[in-house]
Design a protein around this ligand. Structure first.
Ligand SMILES: [Zn+2]
Length: 196
């Protein structure tokens, strides 16, 4: 499975970037530390609509272009088939929270300022203002993406005789075997499958 995005390092290497890396830092093998843009920026760079779920739209379009023709062989038996088992893949996106790290980095400093304020009663006013200044500076967690319920209907090449037999686990396994669908799991590793 390849991560959905990549960044170019000054050394010339392309660094794979996963959705979870957005807004954070990534170290290249050459030792340089790269600032990973926010998810919306990453999507823009990758030529996708920043507000749409890129991979699902891509798969929908590719399915249309293929006229749902995703394979001639039953994924369960390996025998030729034109039957399709339609399943619903529910793609729950993980929340990506930025700035949490930097907030944590400032915590010892804030504690010291508060201690200072407590120990220096004559300067309590100034200290209070100072500590307020620090508190006001604390970054509010900038939530980039909330967990939206997104789902997509996908046709699995499976002979109709097996349609009732397959467990969710099997369905998930077969979905990942279809190259067109496997990329969905790069962006939504926790996607769950439901029969239609
Ligand atoms: Zn590098």
């Amino acid at each position: 499975m390849s991560p959905p995005f990549s960044l170019s390092c000054e050394c010339g290497l392309d660094i794979p970037v996963a959705v979870g890396d957005a807004g954070g830092k990534k170290r290249c093998v050459c030792g340089r530390e790269l600032q990973v843009p926010r998810l919306s920026e990453l999507r823009k760079k990758a030529g996708r609509d920043p507000f749409e779920s890129g991979v699902l739209d891509t798969v929908r379009r590719e399915l249309r272009e293929l006229d749902d023709h995703v394979g001639d062989f039953c994924l369960h038996s390996g025998r030729p088939t034109q039957d399709r088992l339609w399943v619903e893949l529910i793609c729950e996106q993980k929340r990506v929270v930025e700035n949490r790290k930097s907030d944590r980095d400032w915590r010892p400093v804030k504690l010291l300022v508060t201690l200072f304020a407590l120990l220096t009663w004559p300067f309590v006013g100034i200290s209070y203002l100072l500590s307020r200044l620090w508190t006001d500076n604390s970054p509010i967690p900038d939530v980039q993406e909330f967990g939206h319920d997104r789902s997509i209907s996908l046709p699995l090449p499976v002979s109709s005789e097996f349609h009732q037999d397959l467990s969710r686990k099997k369905l998930l396994k077969y979905l990942k075997q279809v190259p067109l669908f496997s990329k969905i799991f790069d962006e939504y590793p926790d996607a769950i499958v439901r029969r239609r």
